[in-house]
Structures are given as C-alpha cells and as structure tokens.
Design a protein around this ligand. Structure first.
Ligand SMILES: NC(=O)c1ccc[n+]([C@@H]2O[C@H](COP(=O)([O-])OP(=O)(O)OC[C@H]3O[C@@H](n4cnc5c(N)ncnc54)[C@H](OP(=O)(O)O)[C@@H]3O)[C@@H](O)[C@H]2O)c1
Length: 329
C-alpha cells in the first residue's frame, strides 16, 4: 500500500490565483485515519466548486483535493465496523473541505463518516444522488415531519433545475405532491415537467422584495437559493406551512418580518446535510433505495477528472442542470 500512487484533481494557489490540475499523489501521504477507501465515483456539488475556486470558508489550506462525496471499496480498515472489500458511501462531515476528498482515487476517512452502500443501490446511482440528493431528501423528511400531505396544497421548489432542486422535484412528485418549480432557465420548463413538476414559474416573478404577507398559495416547500426569493416564498406560504432553507446561490441575506410566523404559524427549517447525524443520513439513503427510488440517470451527466474543471465553472455560474457524477475508475 505504501507506495500506491493515485490520480487526483488538485486545487493550488499561486500569485496569479487558484488553478486546478490532475496530479499523481501517494496514498502514503494521506492523513492517518480509520479507513482507506478506493473511490469509484464522486459527484459535483456547489460546495466543491467553492473549494475548487479557493473559497476559504470551505477550504482553509491549499493544495487541496475537493469532493464532499465518495462511494467506493474499503481497502484498509482499522475499525471493527468495516472490513476490507465492503462498499461504503461518505458524504459531508469534513470530506473535501479540509480532508482530501472524493475527486481523488483514494481517500482516508474516519469510520464514523461511512455508511454501508445499501444493497439496492449501485455505486453509480449513489453518486447521482450525492450530497445534493441527500440534502433534497433531508428537506423532504422535514416537510413530512411538519405534516405535509399531497392534498394540503401546492409545494414550491426554488433553484429547481439545480442538483438539490431537481431531486426535490422528483421525490416530492413521486410522493404525490403537486410541485411548482421555480427556475431562471426559460428553456427548461419541459425538463422540469419531465421530472414531475406540475407547473413551472420564472425566477423573475419572485426576485423583487414583496410585501411581508402575500396570498398564501403554497403549503411550503424547498428553498435552495435564499435572498428575496426566500423572503417572498415565506410571505406566500399558507397557514401552518413550512419551508426548508438550505442554500444561498441567490443571496445569503434574508429580509422578512415576524408576520408569517406569528399570524400563520409558518416554520422556516434550516438544513445542514454535512453534519447531519449518521443515523439520519442512513435513513435517507435507505429511503432512496426503497420508497423514494427515482431514476436519476436521465438528469445525470458523467464526467472524468480531466473534464471536471469545465463543470466547476458552470456550476459557479448557476448554469448546471441536474447532477454531475464523477467517474474515478
Ligand atoms: N445546507 C446544506 O446542507 C446544503 C447541501 C447541498 C447544497 N447546499 C446549497 O444549496 C444550493 C444549491 O446547491 P446545488 O448543488 O443544487 O447547486 P446547483 O446545482 O448549482 O443549483 C442551484 C440552482 O439555483 C438556481 N440559481 C442559480 N443562480 C441563481 C440566482 N442568482 N438566483 C436564484 N437562483 C439561482 C439555478 O437553478 P434555476 O436556473 O432552475 O433557477 C441553479 O441551477 C447551494 O447554495 C448549495 O451550497 C446546501
């Protein structure tokens, strides 16, 4: 094992800024931890793009290998929980942030970050889901815990053509909800309807800051963008509704008033997938391999490390559609 070399996508800092390249690294140089995992697939999330472009809120030290998601085979184990040869999924915690991540063919991780790959899920399927899908799943779980039912009104998903948004549209429509998809992409209405959206509205309709209480037209739903869109979403949520808040691609600011909360009992629920309890992550992965099983192949583009940089640029510009799976084989 000592001198095993592996290929990795490496982000480096120089006087001219941050750049990405494919390099050969050594497994022996990975930080000591419980498990060495040979990664078969990873996936691209917005956070990876931040790490790959030098965002120090995500990654403090460079050179670095991003990739907050990985699936693969345990090659070496110092933990009684996993044996060599077992297939595992890891998403979040410190992977890809300040621990070398899934954009490398090997990772070294703590055993309590790992989940056995569910039997009914392939490695490729798991990384079509990835953190974006897990996050959508965590949002749906919270909405269901807030008594959401398909006959209690429409649900809205913002940033609908993105990774979290696309999976949220698919799972909610599979569960029988009438999903309204909000998008900035005029040409993606057909795509969103093919995922199960019952109607599509344009982002421009919700971008201007509106009144603190508007007509309550949604029982709530999934917000992935923040800013004025989330503010209007809160104002348009009906009695006892709920919205999950997980992203900030539009803005990290939120201007609202107490009225939707004190007059309609609206709940705004924060989602942090990375640090979710392992048990909760297991529950969501189990759902994705059973009742929530959805075919993500039609929304997944598979790339190799060599073309990952282009995809990173695209996600930073808000131009990605669906999910990007990274094949490390
Ligand atoms: N809290 C957590 O645990 C967690 C986990 C995963 C992701 N996130 C966050 O969730 C957000 C979405 O992640 P993702 O992986 O789905 O990213 P993504 O694939 O890039 O999707 C984001 C989508 O948001 C929309 N969008 C882009 N720029 C926008 C703007 N300026 N204003 C309004 N909408 C805009 C676009 O969809 P349309 O064109 O269809 O509108 C875009 O496809 C990110 O902020 C990410 O960091 C958080």
């Amino acid at each position: 094992m000592e001198d095993t070399k592996y290929k990795a996508f490496v982000t480096k800092e120089s006087d001219s800024g941050f750049s990405n390249s494919i390099e050969n690294l050594s497994v022996a140089d990975l930080k000591d931890n419980d498990l060495i995992v040979k990664v078969s697939y990873s996936s691209l999330n917005y956070k990876d793009a931040l790490s790959a472009s030098g965002n120090r809120g995500v990654t403090r030290e460079y050179p670095h290998t991003p990739g907050i998601d990985a699936v693969g085979e345990v090659i070496e184990s110092n933990s009684s929980d996993f044996k060599s040869g077992e297939k595992i999924i890891v998403t979040g915690y410190d992977l890809g942030m300040n621990t070398f991540g899934g954009f490398g063919q090997y990772i070294s991780i703590s055993a309590n970050w790992a989940i056995p790959l569910p039997k009914k899920l392939s490695e490729a399927e798991a990384m079509s889901i990835g953190t974006a899908g897990l996050t959508a799943g965590l949002c749906v779980r919270k909405l269901l815990m807030n008594d959401f039912t398909p006959d209690s009104g429409n649900v809205l998903v913002t940033g609908a053509s993105g990774g979290v948004g696309s999976v949220a549209v698919m799972v909610l429509s599979k569960l029988g909800f009438k999903v309204v998809a909000l998008t900035g992409k005029k040409d993606q209405a057909d795509y969103l309807e093919s995922l199960g959206a019952s109607s599509v509205i344009m982002r421009s309709e919700m971008e201007e800051q509106g009144k603190p209480l508007q007509k309550g037209i949604y029982q709530g739903g999934v917000d992935t963008v923040g800013g004025n869109i989330l503010s209007n979403f809160i104002s348009q949520t009906s009695q006892r509704g709920a919205i999950t808040c997980c992203g900030n691609v539009a803005s990290d600011k939120l201007q609202t008033s107490v009225f939707p909360f004190i007059l309609r009992g609206v709940a705004l629920i924060g989602i942090d997938s990375a640090e979710s309890l392992l048990e909760v992550k297991k529950e969501i992965w189990n759902n994705f391999s059973n009742d929530w099983k959805i075919d993500l192949e039609k929304i997944t583009k598979e790339v190799r490390l060599e073309s990952l940089s282009e995809e990173v640029d695209k996600i930073l510009k808000g131009e990605q559609i669906g999910r990007i799976r990274v094949n490390l084989g």
